[in-house]
Design a protein around this ligand. Structure first.
Ligand code: FMN
Length: 168
């Protein structure tokens, strides 16, 4: 299975999660490529059988230019010139491609998250195989991932490898 991971990150947490997910997939023998959102392809290569889309949660949804600027004002080293929402608007949809979204956030699991918002946008742009995956917790006091979350991301990556069976 070829896996394409597209991720957005300002403080670095979503990128670390994406890398841990990729490492989990690699442990199960799957090849993955990870792109930061501004460099991600607008045409999904034909050998990609699973697309993973990761984004920080800003205002209970995907980021906007304004919230990305706020992240920088709050100490993020930099922010990408486009966010996942803009990429979803630009990428050519693949109706049957398996897609899972994930996010990072500081709030609890019952509030709306960016992964859910990204799934909605992907589906309405023609990715009918999109489903919401996992949220990973960032500690609001330190702006770093909470204990155990990288391990959980690694395990989720390994579990995604089993989707192979679903596809065959
Ligand atoms: C402008 C802004 C708005 C945010 N809004 C939310 C929010 O609504 N819910 C939440 O759980 N976290 C919120 N956060 C915290 C982010 O989710 C957190 O900074 C992010 O997960 C870090 O990811 P990154 O390190 O990949 O940039 C917000 C952060 C910023 C900068």
């Amino acid at each position: 299975m070829g896996v394409l991971i597209v991720c957005e990150s300002s403080f670095g947490n979503t990128r670390h999660v994406a890398e841990a997910i990729g490492a989990g997939l690699a442990k199960k023998g799957h090849h993955f490529e990870l792109y930061p959102v501004e460099k991600a392809p607008r045409e999904i290569p034909d050998d990609v059988t699973l697309l993973l889309v990761g984004t920080p949660t800003h205002n209970m949804a995907m980021t906007t230019a304004e919230t990305r600027a706020r992240a920088v004002a709050e100490g993020a080293p930099s922010s990408p010139s486009i966010g996942i929402h803009e990429w979803i608007d630009q990428v050519t949809p693949k109706r049957t491609l398996l897609v899972r979204t994930f996010d990072t956030r500081t709030t609890g699991r019952f509030l709306p998250s960016a992964a859910r918002d990204a799934t909605r946008a992907l589906k309405s742009n023609g990715f009918h195989g999109a489903k919401t995956g996992e949220s990973f917790q960032v500690d609001p006091r330190t702006s770093a991932l909470a204990d155990g979350e990288l391990q959980r991301a690694h395990e989720w990556g390994m579990s995604l490898a089993d989707l192979d069976a679903v596809m065959e």
